[in-house]
Design a protein around this ligand. Structure first.
Ligand SMILES: Cc1cc2nc3c(=O)[nH]c(=O)nc-3n(C[C@H](O)[C@H](O)[C@H](O)COP(=O)(O)O)c2cc1C
Length: 170
């Protein structure tokens, strides 16, 4: 019989093996400053209407900001944007300011410049789940760019490897 403690450890370990893309969820602080948070718990939910979900820890600053603003941006990062992902994964008290050249806007919501896709969402529902909240966002605008995705796997950033091209080079 597994204990709650061992399940807690194995939960992290098991989910670290689930490779994901990397996004930055952006909002605006009350004083107008851009706020961002690196997030991998992001999923498409519905096509009609276009809904996404983001899962945000209750202690994150982004949690309160999204709740009060009722909207957020999503930027799907490019493989060359590891430093941006690290920046927005660092606690906000110590991360410093992001160079404004990395910020763009979509419908007046800040997003990450040169991301491979960006979107703007209005919060349509929020469900508390354990120590996180699942925010459902209705997508109101999308821009799709070029590039390869940044990947998060076993607590490391990496790039996508195409199986067919690696087979050809074997
Ligand atoms: C690759 C990666 C993915 C992450 N995904 C999430 C996530 O989906 N939800 C979450 O609450 N925190 C996630 N985090 C942690 C936050 O990015 C981190 O706690 C950040 O400092 C929170 O910023 P904030 O307090 O300014 O909102 C992730 C961190 C990394 C490195």
């Amino acid at each position: 019989m597994q204990t709650a403690e061992s399940i807690g450890e194995m939960y992290r370990d098991a989910w670290s093996r689930f490779a994901t893309g990397v996004t930055v969820i952006t909002t605006i602080e009350p004083d107008g400053a851009v706020h961002g948070m690196t997030a991998s718990s992001v999923t498409s939910v519905s096509l009609a209407p276009p809904l996404v979900l983001v899962v945000i820890g209750e202690e994150r600053q982004s949690h309160g900001l999204i709740k009060s603003a009722g909207r957020f941006g999503i930027s799907i990062l490019d493989s060359g944007q590891t430093e941006i992902a690290k920046h927005f994964a660092t606690p906000p008290e110590i991360r410093g300011d992001i160079d404004p050249k990395h910020i763009d806007t979509i419908e007046n919501i800040p997003v990450i410049a040169n991301a491979i896709a960006t979107m703007f969402c209005n919060v349509s529902a929020a469900h508390k789940a354990g120590d996180h909240t699942v925010f459902i966002g209705e997508v109101k605008a999308i821009e799709v760019g070029e590039g390869d995705p940044l990947v998060w796997f076993q607590r490391q950033f990496g790039v996508f490897a195409d199986q067919n091209s690696s087979k050809q080079s074997d």
